[in-house]
Design a protein. Structure first.
Length: 199
């Protein structure tokens, strides 16, 4: 029958609908990022005490510890130095004064610790202000440091992370020697990171 032949030809071009996709559960999102540790052998922390008449005196800490901690899409940095491991380039009396109870008081409060607020990773490449809290002489105060623009695409690995800042020593209870020592104390950090562990 002609009608049957036409129906048969049309059925040959009908595409059967594809079977519905079976929904699968999304894999859980896991944060596998690990803290990036400072390389103590290639990281430095220095500070400068400004005198009212004499040239500024500079000291540095022999042991710098820290880490760059991922927090989702942001990061946080922590830095710790031992005030007892302080070496001074200035006169011996200035080194003694700086370590004393009236100044850093390193025997009673050896831990000097900075913990930043969370920041975008681009800060380490482009530079800008790094806010956080500094613990000094057992007192914690908000501070702001400046990150210099990086000299490479991978700061901390291909080049140093350079951070500078100035804090008020009186804000941390250092009120002595006002006639000879200025209030501002400059900090200077130069940071390199350890290589990431192999996967």
């Amino acid at each position: 029958m002609p009608g049957l032949r036409v129906a048969a030809l049309l059925s040959a071009f009908v595409v059967a609908p594809a079977p519905a996709a079976v929904p699968t559960a999304s894999p859980p999102i896991q944060d596998v990022a690990m803290p990036l540790l400072f390389d103590p052998a290639r990281s430095q922390a220095r500070f400068k005490v400004r005198m009212r008449i004499l040239p500024a005196a500079t000291g540095h800490f022999l042991d710098v510890r820290g880490q760059l901690q991922p927090e989702g899409a942001r990061q946080r940095v922590e830095v710790e130095v031992d005030g007892r491991k302080l070496r001074f380039a200035g006169p011996s009396w200035m080194a003694k004064v700086t370590r004393s109870e009236q100044f850093l008081d390193v025997d009673q409060h050896p831990r000097i610790f900075f913990r930043s607020d969370a920041f975008a990773p681009s800060l380490l490449r482009n530079g800008g202000q790094l806010r956080g809290e500094l613990t000094l002489r057992g007192q914690t105060r908000p501070v702001a440091f400046n990150v210099a623009p990086a000299a490479c695409a991978t700061p901390g690995r291909g080049c140093d992370i350079l951070v500078t800042g100035r804090v008020s020593r009186q804000a941390f209870g250092m009120h002595a020697y006002r006639l000879t020592v200025r209030d501002a104390v400059d900090f200077d950090f130069q940071v390199r990171l350890k290589p990431e562990p192999a996967p």
